[in-house]
Design a protein around this ligand. Structure first.
Ligand code: ADP
Length: 335
């Protein structure tokens, strides 16, 4: 028997636990003769944070079935792939893509090296939202090179790979292979990929999560009951798959009249915040229903790139996500 034949991966539950703790930093998980080994990318962590993260992983692994000892190799090399934050929603049309693109733009403005992947097979919209519809990605070797744009957020979309409407009938594995081309592209020094997921909780989303292990997820909902029921389903889906939910965003909350500026609540207000509270999740903020958001988005000029009031809610949400990301990278409790 060869050495490789004696190696096994840890069971899925332990793998998920370690990957949640490591937030995208663990790779090469193997068990041989009861010894669990893994590589931990500690780039950007100081000595205390490195030790603490390693100790937390060791504590989680020791005593798990089949694990007698744990060996962690630390490397300060950049992880082969950027960490992923998925943006999901229980249903379509709630503004998930709008939030995803503005979150990415605002995170880039906060100094993060951000890229975007448009995984929404039902309606890839990021090329339009980032004004790059006419640019096709090039390939270098066998990897795609993301499309640059004025917002400073290089991007790849499922719409770059297939004609509109063609991907709708895909099952999980087909979508998984297409997504692999986008996620394993030549992202260079990108730290963080914002992935705009398809709405809902089907097998495409499941394949994406199992294969690419997002570090966290943001859930977008409108304030209505119906949308919130769907959002709760999405949250429980991420919980069950071991992806930490960073928090919930309420979109289209309060209509700002373009004539008089008066705010009314066509879909109610505060529903998502209340639901987040019930579920013990952070509430990341509220984005009003404002025609200026739609017109700027349709024109490929994400509001978060602006300093005015329209971009403000997106920038505030991004600050919280950036804090979460920094804490998760430092191995601190995410609470
Ligand atoms: P999803 O990705 O959930 O299907 P989109 O982001 O594509 O939703 O948004 C659906 C439509 O609603 C788009 O035309 C978008 O410009 C518009 N939209 C999204 N959020 C807002 C908002 N807060 N105010 C006004 N229009 C919005």
């Amino acid at each position: 028997m060869t050495d490789a034949a004696q190696d096994t991966g840890p069971d899925p539950e332990l793998t998920a636990r370690i990957e949640t703790l490591a937030a995208g930093r663990a790779s090469g998980l193997r068990i041989r003769d009861g010894v669990l080994s893994l590589v931990l990318d500690v780039a950007g962590l100081d000595a205390a944070a490195r030790e603490e993260l390693a100790a937390r992983i060791e504590a989680a692994a020791k005593g798990a079935p089949g694990v007698k000892d744990v060996r962690i190799a630390m490397t300060a090399e950049r992880a082969a792939r950027p960490a992923i934050i998925a943006v999901g929603s229980g249903k379509g049309g709630v503004g998930k893509s709008t939030l995803a693109v503005n979150l990415a733009v605002a995170l880039a403005r906060l100094g993060k090296r951000v890229g975007m992947v448009d995984a929404d097979i039902y309606g890839p919209s990021l090329p339009r939202l980032l004004a790059s519809e006419d640019t096709k990605p090039q390939a270098q070797g066998n990897r795609l090179v993301p499309v640059p744009n004025g917002a400073g957020v290089p991007m790849l979309s499922i719409g770059h790979l297939v004609k509109p409407g063609q991907a709708i009938a895909w099952r999980g594995p087909m979508a998984g292979n297409a997504l692999a081309q986008l996620i394993e592209a030549d992202w260079r020094d990108t730290d963080l990929l914002i992935v705009d997921l398809p709405p809902g909780t089907g097998d495409v989303q499941l394949t994406m999560i199992q294969r690419f292990k997002p570090a966290g997820a943001v859930i977008v909902s409108t304030p209505q009951d119906l949308a919130l029921i769907d959002a709760a389903r999405a949250i429980s889906f991420f919980d069950q798959t071991g992806v930490p939910v960073i928090g919930m965003v309420e979109n289209m909350a309060g209509y700002v009249c373009p004539h008089c500026g008066e705010v009314s609540d066509p879909f109610g207000s505060g529903g998502a915040e209340a639901r987040a509270g019930e579920l013990g999740l952070p509430f990341l903020g509220r984005v009003p229903l404002d025609i200026a958001i739609r017109t700027a988005s349709d024109a490929g000029a994400p509001p978060a790139a602006r300093d005015d009031v329209i971009g403000k809610p997106f920038r505030a949400i991004a600050r919280q996500v950036a804090d979460w990301f920094d804490r998760s990278r430092a191995g601190a409790p995410l609470g």
